[in-house]
Design a protein around this ligand. Structure first.
Ligand SMILES: CC(=O)N[C@H]1[C@@H](OP(=O)(O)O)O[C@H](CO)[C@@H](O)[C@@H]1O
Length: 392
């Protein structure tokens, strides 16, 4: 079975993380998130995959290669300019024109039964079948109204508060028959949700919906990102303690997945679920609490506390610092006795001087240097980076 993964977006809402990683490459359990998606597709029998690329596309191609390590074959199609979601898929038509195919976003994290959705599509006669999920507040999504025979009669993209006629949100996962290409104009920016579905419904063309069960999120915001990592940490097997590490009397409670050559100092306490990448060094009296992911080549010095936080590769945490509910991108240095509070997102290669506090929810852009003893209450940007807020 064939799949098309849309990986062209700029990921502006996930800044500052997306200055270093395109959205599908942001690490989840220390692996680019799209790898988890491809592993799932492979398990479900979708082994011919085409990926549409735009922003930092080469990074994604480098990380995934031809797909053989996942048991799939991957082709890549680059968008020269932004073509919209349907326009991007149209660009990949040569790989998709012979049989129904599934379309997903490169930032989707899920454990859904996609095969069931595909079978439903094959057994029914719509050109498009949309995966729908019941969501309490669907304002961030497209919403659909569906009859008892699964036919969608109304669709509205990003409804405002007074316009919510249904709680069925589009997951942005579509099964399409090749006839869909007749509906998408060539060389024109064209979107599934904004252009194609309204055009099909106006022409009384059938679109089906299918309710999906299980876990699904798109990693569109840092809150969704944290949620996605939590799910994946919850899915770590039982009390496993994997990996080859050395320790002097640390107290360790799984589930825990540890890379090779990790070194844990004395009297430290690790309470899973936790994932730690290879070559990371953890000092004495360190507490690493549940729902933390620590990248490869990190250093956590003595007496630090890391709680429900995600540190990317090469991060340094100084003595006695307290990191709680934060995301810290690659190679950032946090000095001694800092406090990094809940919801903070710190870009790559930033330096936070010792004895500083970064208050709850603050974002700090890459390569910023914060003085010692600072108290940061608002976003700190780096004017060397593009500050325009467009795209998704
Ligand atoms: C224009 C467009 O494609 N909108 C889609 C898409 O929204 P984004 O905000 O563009 O990610 O994905 C949503 C699911 O993540 C889906 O509900 C919505 O209809």
């Amino acid at each position: 079975m064939k799949a098309c993964i849309m990986c062209g977006g700029t990921g502006t809402r996930l800044r500052p993380l997306t200055f270093k990683h395109p959205k599908p490459s942001i690490p989840i359990l220390n692996k680019p998130s799209v790898r988890h998606l491809i592993e799932h597709l492979s398990r479900e029998g979708f082994n011919e995959i085409v990926i549409t690329l735009g922003y930092m596309g080469e990074r994604i191609e480098e990380q995934l290669g031809d797909g053989h390590i996942f048991g799939v074959h991957i082709d890549y199609v680059y968008e020269k300019e932004k073509m919209g979601t349907a326009g991007g898929v149209k660009n990949a038509e040569q790989y998709l024109k012979n049989e129904p195919f599934i379309v997903l976003g490169g930032d989707h994290v899920l454990n859904l039964d996609l095969r069931e959705m595909y079978r439903f599509h094959e057994a029914n006669d719509a050109i498009v079948t949309m995966g729908l999920l019941s969501i309490d507040d669907p304002r961030e999504f497209g919403i659909a109204d569906m009859d008892i025979n699964n036919r969608i009669h109304r669709f509205l993209e990003k409804p405002k508060s007074g316009q919510i006629f249904s709680n069925l949100a589009s997951t942005g996962i579509y099964i399409c028959s090749p006839e869909v290409f007749d509906w998408i104009p060539e060389n024109k920016k064209y979107d599934f949700a904004k252009d194609l579905f309204p055009a099909m419904l106006a022409a009384d063309e059938k679109i089906n919906g299918v309710l999906v069960r299980g876990k699904w999120t798109d990693v569109g915001s840092s809150a969704a990102y944290r949620q996605a990592q939590r799910w994946m940490l919850d899915a770590l097997p039982g009390t496993t303690i994997e990996g080859n590490f050395t320790t002097r009397n640390a107290r360790i409670r799984g589930p825990l997945s540890i890379g090779n050559n990790v070194c844990i100092g004395s009297n430290s306490s690790l309470v899973g679920p936790i994932v730690i990448g290879e070559n990371t060094i953890i000092g004495d009296n360190v507490l690493i609490g549940p729902y933390s992911v620590i990248g490869a080549n990190c250093t956590i010095e003595d007496n630090a506390r890391i709680l429900s936080s995600y540190l990317f590769d090469g991060v340094f945490i100084g003595k006695g610092s307290n990191i709680s509910g934060a995301v810290v991108a690659d190679e950032t240095i946090i000095g001694e006795k800092c406090s990094i509070e809940n919801g903070t997102v710190i870009g790559h290669r930033t330096t936070i001087g010792s004895h500083s506090t970064v208050h709850s929810g603050v974002k700090i852009w890459p390569e910023v240097v914060i003085d010692k003893n600072s108290s940061i209450k608002e976003t700190v940007v780096n004017s060397g980076y593009d500050t325009a807020q467009e795209g998704s």
